[in-house]
Design a protein around this ligand. Sequence first.
Ligand code: ASP
Length: 438
Amino acid sequence: MQVKVVKFGGSSLADAEHFKQVASIIQADPSRRYVVPSAPGKRFKDDIKVTDMLYACYEKIRKHENIDELYEQIKARYNGIIAELGLNFDISGELEYVKNAMMHRSGRDYAASRGEYLNGLILAKYLGYSFVDAENVIFFRENGTFDEEKTNQVLSEELSQHETAVIPGFYGVMPNGTIKTFSRGGSDITGSIVARAAEADLYENWTDVSGFMMADPRIVDNPCAIQTITYRELRELSYMGATVLHEDAIFPVRYAGIPINIRNTNAPEDAGTMIVAETPDYDTEKVITGVAGKKGFSVITIEKDMMNSEIGFGRKVLEVLEENEISFEHLPSGIDNMSIVISTDELEGRREKIVSSINRRVKPDHVSVEDNLALLAVVGRAMVKAKGTAARVFDSISGAGVNIRMIDQGSSEISIIVGVEAHEFNKALEAIYKEFVK
Ligand code: ASP
């Protein structure tokens, strides 16, 4: 029989109604054997996630403020879920224990992790699955990095003892026994780790959208969902701000060659997006897989006659950035000029210093810094094969009356990066989408 690991995000477990929906999804397929829950998320727009309430408790304790009222709200969330599910389960002892432990300074990560822990207890009870505490199976090293080999060994051994189990997301344990969490949204990572340890056939990541969209729905009206995307394409789009999945969630399953399926808890009939290592298939009609972008970039342009024949020119310029601990995003260059695209935040307070260092180091004819650049990444594995894709990208942008400030195509040919003025960003993105998606 197949094994599927299913992770449910906070919005999928925000209240009893959603718990019921989650249970019906799990029960619809007996191969959904290992379940990774997040903490209860928002039930409505201005609601507060339990994780955020727990962080707030920690801050109050640190400032010697009383947490009674706030903690009552957290208790009410869990007790409300249990009551509405009609579960015969008394969680009050656990809730008291957690409150006490937080008051006795068990740390910020301990506080935050309890959202997943308590939700996991309830979900395991509701499903009739074993509860496997992440504290006993997910390990961090002394320096705080995730210990993949030890975790994989202990976790796979533990899972083999359980036909079905709930493993709370987001946290693990340090060598000294204290709790440590991954960064925010980290239950996605736990799901991926569990999938690897269970040697799963599929990692289903259930959230509140029907997969990755080809473009940001805040910019493009009702964009198409992406059916299949490779890990590499996903990296390119996520880097440009398309967020559905935690970036680090890709590594454990990628290593093991397990596909990820992004699904919508509120629309389980939708196929969602499949994230795979490689696939010969692509959408012949659309050619591109997606388009995403970000604002907030600056470009440093350096001009010097005969620059192309000056040995070490590029290295000297990049040394200036290195000495200032600045990382750059792109490096498009011509014969007598070189441009460096940098996140504008990185230049904060160091602009003058960098320009004068470049002047001193390479004696250029001219150096300038321009802000308000937005980058767009047009991503697609089919672009290598389809002729004229770049021309279509540029024509659509200029057809919309937008001026292109920069072009960069990596040699991998799975993406074309275009820089435009920030105020023309939406217009350019819409134009590209319309060109490829009829
Ligand atoms: N509950 C944690 C957060 O809000 C982790 C997660 O949801 O994945 O970041």
